[in-house]
Write a protein that binds this ligand. Structure first.
Ligand code: T3D
Length: 268
């Protein structure tokens, strides 16, 4: 029997540019809301970047939205007398995705090109350097449909913007403009719409030319500091610097400094 061609997952696009992987959420007709396919596509794209030695990742959305969270047409509502079990989708999809983004030893730039709502906002906040177009907005949409913050939002919000602002966002579901998100420290920068992608790509290319192993270790250190005491963090810095000191990029960095030339990092 002739082999059936494999179905291609078009909900996530993958391209290699200037040493980094550009990953585009691609369901523009639904503001890139997450379906099972899109979860699988994003998971595969992150692993592919690592396997193919990309040295940074850029995540953005196709069309006018970044990501509208869970696709609300995908769930079957329970019949009277039955109960939904939403735990399964968090356990199998959102939680592993957010953890992987934080643990991946590569810098992740997120270019929020439009609305980031619900779990889409959580995914944006799981990036390392988050830029947003001036027209973008961030919405904790959960409460509007009787749900609670997920995809890491309840972890990041109090830490990034403080408990008072976290409560306002999560309990009203009111949109936060990109400019305010930057002023509140939720994201790094807000840019004019036409400047978003050029700047995000230049940043990803710059990170891709940086000492990749040290970037991965830096990410680990900063992740750990959110829950560590000063003593534990100082110990971790000591042990992590030990590892950074074994990279060829460290040798190159020191040599380049002494020879008064720009370093040429190999990412090792
Ligand atoms: O089940 C589980 O796994 C539990 C976990 C849940 C995690 C979550 O993310 S819960 C939160 C889910 N997301 C939302 O509640 C947001 C729903 N969307 C909106 O509130 C609005 O669309 C936005 C505020 C994001 C944007 O509004 P606007 O006016 O700019 O656009 P629109 O016209 O509402 O949307 C454009 C199209 O995208 C529209 O389709 P149509 O009418 O043109 O065919 C709309 O239905 C579609 N769309 C937007 N969001 C979703 C969506 N389709 C499916 N799911 C969506 N989340």
């Amino acid at each position: 029997m002739p082999k059936r061609p494999e179905m291609q997952n078009t909900t996530v696009l993958y391209a290699v540019r200037d040493g980094y992987a550009e990953i585009t959420l691609n369901r523009p007709e639904a503001l890139n809301a997450f379906t099972g396919d899109m979860h699988a596509g994003l998971r595969d794209a992150l692993e592919r970047a690592l396997a193919e030695d990309a040295r940074a990742i850029l995540i953005t959305g196709a069309g006018r939205g970044f990501c509208a969270g869970q696709d609300l047409t995908e769930r079957t509502l329970p019949e009277p007398g039955e109960k939904s079990d939403l735990r399964v989708f968090l356990r199998e999809r959102y939680n592993p995705l957010i953890k992987r983004m934080r643990e991946l030893p590569l810098p992740i730039v997120v270019a929020v090109n439009g609305v980031a709502a619900g779990a889409g906002m959580g995914v944006a906040l799981a990036g390392d350097l988050v830029l947003a177009a001036r027209s973008a907005k961030f919405i904790q949409a959960f409460i509007k449909i009787g749900l609670v913050p997920d995809a890491g939002s309840s972890y990041w919000l109090p830490r990034l913007v403080g408990p008072v602002r976290a409560r306002v966002l999560a309990m009203t579901g009111e949109p936060l403009a990109a400019e305010d998100a930057a002023a509140w420290g939720l994201i790094w920068k807000c840019l004019d719409d036409e400047k978003l992608m050029p700047e995000a790509r230049a940043l990803a290319a710059r990170l891709a030319a940086s000492p990749t192993a040290a970037q991965g270790l830096t990410k680990q250190l900063l992740n750990a500091s959110l829950d560590n005491s000063l003593t534990a963090q100082l110990d971790l810095e000591r042990d992590t610097q030990f590892m950074a000191g074994h990279t060829t990029d460290y040798i190159e960095g020191i040599k380049a400094f002494r020879e008064k030339r720009p370093p040429k990092f190999e990412g090792k």
